[in-house]
Design a protein around this ligand. Structure first.
Ligand SMILES: C[S@@+](CC[C@H](N)C(=O)[O-])C[C@H]1O[C@@H](n2cnc3c(N)ncnc32)[C@H](O)[C@@H]1O
Length: 351
């Protein structure tokens, strides 16, 4: 097993390649990316035996920005007459697993294989359980990923729950909640799933907390905050959904989000204003370094070419401002499934 397979948003393969090259280099692990634009998958090949496994164990998955999901493994040709036997043989080369995840690239070609995957699922599961490569009760074992590039070629790989995304292909199954005024409500919900451990939700997304939503209209993000029973100040010149105003938990202020200062510090600042990432990161730096919020989620829009470098620059800018202000905070960025040409940044001040 000498390579990692990485899932990403189609069109962001170059960002994953740059990111993996940089991060593997920092760990002193030699490897090279193989990426084609639009394929939504990137291979990261480590020629030295054992290096790919070292990489997936040492590199913190949560610190990766453009990688949605990953697995350690290798490619296998599978003839249409019998795909299952070679997969079972290949499983002998890896660890036992607790779960079987059938995957494809997040592309139209990948989606076209849904029927094949559906047909293969039950016989594969049963053969893997019979041969004892799959032990569904042993939840501490890794997951087995079978990622089909075509009906004849599959990546057989493994990932470990504590250092990978909790969903096949890194795609959460979230539905737009009834009553939410816009689809972008999912961005904030997904950000919370990604950045906040489930056990912390009750203390960090608690009833009675205060939040400011910059660029709030029509209110998809505000809806999420209201749903957690927070008191929200929504800043936008545009109109907010009446249902949110009727909740009694929202104060709508028609003002410029860049000029707004809260009267007293709030628990949460969230911001979905479409602007240059340098402006958004300066806004985040201001809120954190002046102690205006304790935790924040903000989107950095990325219409430019060198998107990985741009995000790193933004993060460095925020970190410098925090250092200058003597504020300690954790900072992380992720391109979520709901994010298009953008990434979501999360920050939390350490008390
Ligand atoms: C992408 S939309 C926000 C969608 C919102 N998060 C939702 O879930 O419904 C961006 C919003 O930012 C607002 N906006 C743009 N520039 C702004 C500024 N300088 N201050 C405040 N709001 C701004 C726009 O009016 C628009 O409603």
């Amino acid at each position: 097993m000498q390579e990692l397979l990485l899932h990403c948003r189609p069109g962001f393969e170059g960002e994953v390649a740059a990111e993996m090259q940089q991060r593997a280099g920092e760990l002193g692990i030699a490897g090279y990316p193989v990426a084609k634009t639009g394929e939504a998958l990137v291979r990261f090949v480590c020629p030295q035996p054992g290096d790919a496994e070292r990489l997936i164990r040492k590199l913190d998955f949560r610190s990766l920005i453009f990688v949605r999901q990953w697995a350690l493994g290798s490619w296998l040709d599978v003839p249409a007459e019998d795909r299952i036997s070679p997969i079972i043989t290949a499983c002998a080369a890896g660890p036992l697993a607790s779960e079987l995840w059938l995957e494809t690239a997040d592309t139209n070609d990948g989606k076209a294989m849904a029927a094949l995957l559906k047909k293969l699922r039950a016989p594969l599961q049963s053969s893997l359980e019979k041969t004892r490569f799959l032990r569904p009760k042993k939840t501490d074992l890794p997951r087995l990923h079978l990622c089909f590039e075509s009906g004849q070629r599959v990546f057989v790989g493994w990932s470990w729950a504590e250092n990978a995304a909790p969903w096949p292909m890194g795609i959460p199954r979230l539905r737009v909640p009834k009553g939410a005024p816009s689809r972008s409500t999912l961005k904030l919900e997904e950000a919370w799933h990604h950045f906040i451990p489930r056990d912390d939700w009750d203390s960090r997304l608690a009833a009675g907390m205060t939040a400011v939503d910059l660029g709030a209209a029509p209110g998809g993000w505000t809806w999420q905050l209201v749903n957690r029973l927070m008191k929200v100040t929504a800043i936008d010149n545009g109109p907010m959904a009446q249902s949110l105003m009727d909740s009694g938990q929202v104060e709508h202020i028609q003002a410029d989000g860049y000029m707004y200062k809260p009267k007293r510090p709030v628990n949460w600042m969230v911001c979905d204003i479409v602007d240059k990432p340098a402006r958004s990161s300066a806004l985040l730096a201001r809120w954190l370094s002046r102690g205006w919020c304790h935790e924040a989620v903000i989107n950095f829009k990325l219409p430019m070419k060198r998107r990985y470098e741009e995000v790193i620059q933004c993060m460095e800018h925020v970190q410098k401002a925090l250092d200058a202000a003597g504020v300690e905070a954790s900072l992380a960025c992720k391109q979520l499934y709901s994010d298009r040409e953008e990434v979501t940044c999360h920050a939390r001040v350490k008390r």
